[in-house]
Design a protein around this ligand. Sequence first.
Ligand code: ATP
Length: 370
Amino acid sequence: FEPWDDPQEKPLIHFQNVTKRFGAFTAIDNLTIDIYEREFYALLGPSGCGKTTLMRMLAGFETPTEGTILLADQDIVSVPPNKRATNMMFQSYALFPHLSIWENIAFGLKREGMPKPDINNRVEEMLRLTRLEKFSNRKPHQISGGQRQRVALARSLAKAPKLLLLDEPLGALDKKLRQETQFELMDIQEKTGTTFVIVTHDQEEAMTVASRVAVMDHGKIIQVATPDRIYETPNSVYVADFIGDVNIIQGTTTANGEDSYAIAWADGRAPLTANSNQPFSDGQECHLAIRPEKVAISTERPENAANAVQGKILDIAYLGNISTYHVELPSGVVVKAQAANTRRISRRSYTWEDTVWLSWTATAGVLLAN
Ligand code: ATP
């Protein structure tokens, strides 16, 4: 059960027809979204699509040109950043170099005038949560990058915001540490029950940590869904292409029975077969999006495959656990197939220039109108 699938659940954040213009340029275009309590909500999209602008409006650093933003049913558009139940953690962390880790975490609480015993309790709790007890007396330059990231997180959570905004929070970490820290971030989010909104360029990161992913383009949200639904059932070529690797095959549909379509495509010898519960009319242009791992590769023609095409291996990308094969069909269309490397590479069955069969089922792909 996911609360954000339940229409009865009240959103913590509600954007209603929000537009943000900078002069004549529209950075956020008539956006309406809901973010629920305890969600880990990721904003994904190419550079300049408006992710940071959306976050900054949540934090209160930007005011919408039009529309309303509600936080727990209250209009926050005219509430200044420091009066909002939100906090933003920046990529630079902005820790005070001359203060200890303990003092860094306590800083905002002192400024707020919290009583001393409460500050002590709160800082100790944050140190425990982020596993930094041992480092409380050190200065930021005396701890590692990953630990500094945790201090920044502890400091952002100390005031117990309802909403924490994370702008590329793991951007300064190397890949391995980044992956470990993703799990810590999820763990801390779950323990505190705080709603997190994260902006990241890293799709894998968004898919790993987020309960829902919002894919943006030119100031609009194109699709919001759980990571698996975004990946398995993208609503457009844009989303299919933005998340992970995909084959996009262009063609025209003809109804072929209930929810089933024949697709005429560039490789004219035989139409493809695909299922779709979204209706298509005869002769309608479509795109069939198929993930490379859903395309099987074999030497012999597979029996009873809904779709089988023959081609020649152009390229092989060896990725250790898997390899991606680029297979060129006689029509010139290139289809990517992925296979697990369960055998040693020296005994691999396929190599460059091999003629192979590619096959996939009628439900392997998603039929898209745009
Ligand atoms: P990135 O991933 O590169 O950080 P982004 O998706 O976060 O990009 P934003 O920073 O939200 O994008 O910017 C969206 C668009 O609005 C960009 O084209 C940017 O140039 C423009 N923009 C942002 N802030 C301002 C501003 N203060 N004045 C004018 N234009 C701005």
